[in-house]
Design a protein around this ligand. Sequence first.
Ligand code: KIV
Ligand code: ZN
Length: 405
Amino acid sequence: MTMQPQHDRIIIFDTTLRDGEQCPGATLNGDEKLVIAKQLARLGVDVIEAGFPFASPGDFDAVQKIAATVGTETGPTICGLARATRQDIKAAAEAVKPAAKPRIHTFIATSDIHLQYKLKKSREEVLKIAPEMVAYAKSFVDDVEFSPEDAGRSDPEFLYQILEVAIAAGATTVNIPDTVGYTTPAEFGGLIRGIKENVPNIDQAIISVHGHNDLGLAVANFLSAVENGARQLECTINGIGERAGNAALEELVMALHVRRQYYNPFFGRPPESTEPLTQIDTKQIYKSSRLVSNLTGMLVQPNKAIVGANAFAHESGIHQDGVLKNKLTYEIMDAESIGLSENQIVLGKHSGRHAFSNRLQELGFELSDTDLNKAFVRFKELADKKKEISDWDIEAIVNDEIQQA
Ligand code: KIV
Ligand code: ZN
């Protein structure tokens, strides 16, 4: 089967379970990974990078389980990461095998800094390994992604060469990582444009981008890359990931959604087209954010764009007055569009155990009957004092009263 690259919309590649999990303190067990993978499928991501199978038996099992349960014919592509070595690629192939749409993502560094100090290899050696390993991955799956790690600091001429041989060897997606979050938006967009103009066989592959947030520029860099031809975005829920994190899925998706009149022409569409640029169900964004935060223990800062507690809150009198007159005065998107109002179905003193336990599940908590009973008692006590119980109250009850017990 030959894969046809799609250039007319954005492919959302979620790496919460791989790069996101590389965030210090954010380890997830296999069951938690599966719960998140199911939610990512409901969210509508195109690809789930479920882990790095060679890294540990636990990661291997989690990827395999996700491939078997979430990687159905109508579900997302399930991807496993592999360094450009036979042992890694073999493990990734084995782990993603149960998926209806399996992908292997193999990478090797291309910046001179990485070649000299990390790999201790020459450009010539890497130029030979990359296509060999892409071809090896291709012997297991049709869908192979290749990444030149630290592309953001690599010599563009060398990148053009390695991408050309990787595509010739069968890579269907070429991913351009700004591994250390070093580039600026105009620079990163220019790099993508250069790749489009200088890699002769680039039309046979999707151009993807991957970026870290060391300078807080990951999302801006990606949007610039989209304007220059990138069609797959690698991102994580809440932007979690190594160091300052990865590009945040919710920010990218909502930027493309809210500003689609601006982005449509880059996809050859008239500005007024209402056809979505991603296939994400934006109403699942808030729920996904809470789930990932609760299971990883990574708190979301209150002023975080889209999913922070204050993202739709209006404090000043002038703003409140404006919003009451017309929401458009100070809101560029509806809270409902990210599923916030659904999650804000008010729980209060009249709410029953069923509604309470449903909300707990939506927030990613799976409590034993005993803990559920304890939490429900605490909830009722609080509901007597407070008219409305928010998700943050519920999370506090579970975190303070149950998990610390
Ligand atoms: O940041 C990075 O370069 C990566 C690669 C493995 C794609 O995570
Ligand atoms: Zn990364």
